[in-house]
Design a protein around this ligand. Structure first.
Ligand code: CU
Length: 260
């Protein structure tokens, strides 16, 4: 937080002191919230400041160790820090993807690669998990089998634009890999209907997924913001609405405030 902003809001009234406290808590909450994270399979890396880089959220190098991933219907788990978002899951079959185009076409032969999952509309903050079936993809000239190296890229579209995370994996046909995750495709009803009617979404109908209107995931927001909210929800809301919008935006820098 810049000193000029802090000075402006640190007037000597109790309300201003409370506002200062709230802004400090909000700054903490922001750093803990971080748009979205890829939780499984393991992300290449996460930096919220460069997560909008459409090549793996700014992490361009292959991970030292690939994670085994059940390619016939494996889980992809994220945590969303926004109330609503749309998720796409892409796949590259290149040994070393060189850019976002590696997730659209193979480098050898230029065959197009359909998305693993597309237009997954999610509602509510917290953990979400989707199944994806790479074995259902038709990619001429490429082998999709046990032992194939691949990279998964998750695109998360929210009020903060398009954000990306990648995971380097090695396909396994061992269904027990990742099976310890509780993975239910928690999509909004409208997204489920859309996915169900999209024949080009190969993985969407496996395990009866999209038709189940399991609606929204439970809201699990970060501890910092909960602490701030519990001071007084209505005061919190009005202070934030009146003053924090401008102050937090300028204090935290352009473009990235999870509260705006
Ligand atoms: Cu965000």
């Amino acid at each position: 937080m810049s000193s000029s902003v802090r000075k402006t809001i640190t007037a000597s009234t109790p309300a201003a002191s409370l506002l200062t406290l709230l802004l400090a808590l909000l700054a903490l909450a922001h750093s803990a919230r971080a748009h979205f994270t890829l939780d499984y399979p393991q992300t290449r890396g996460f930096d919220e400041d460069i997560e909008s880089d459409n090549f793996c959220g700014g992490f361009h190098d292959i991970s030292a160790a690939r994670a085994p991933w059940y390619y016939r219907n494996g889980p992809v788990a994220i945590t969303s820090h926004h109330d609503s978002a749309t998720v796409n899951i892409y796949l590259s079959l290149d040994e070393k993807p060189t850019g976002p185009e590696s997730f659209l076409k193979t480098s050898a032969g230029g065959a197009s690669i359909p998305p693993l999952r597309k237009d997954l509309a999610i509602s509510g903050q917290g953990e979400f998990c989707f199944h994806a079936n790479a074995s259902a993809l038709d990619v001429p000239g490429s082998t999709i089998a046990d032992g194939t190296n691949a990279t998964i890229m998750v695109e998360f579209i929210s009020v903060h634009g398009h954000l990306y995370q990648c995971s380097d994996v090695r396909f396994t046909s061992d269904a027990s890999v990742g099976a310890n995750l509780t993975c239910t495709d928690s999509l909004k009803a409208n997204a489920a209907a859309a996915a169900g009617s999209t024949s080009s979404t190969p993985a969407s109908t496996s395990s009866g997924g999209p038709a189940a209107p399991s609606a929204t995931a439970p809201t699990r927001s970060g501890g910092s913001e909960n602490a701030a909210s519990s001071i007084s929800p209505s005061l919190f809301a009005s202070l934030v609405a009146a003053a924090a919008a401008a102050a937090v935006a300028s204090a935290l820098g352009p473009g990235i405030s999870c509260l705006l």
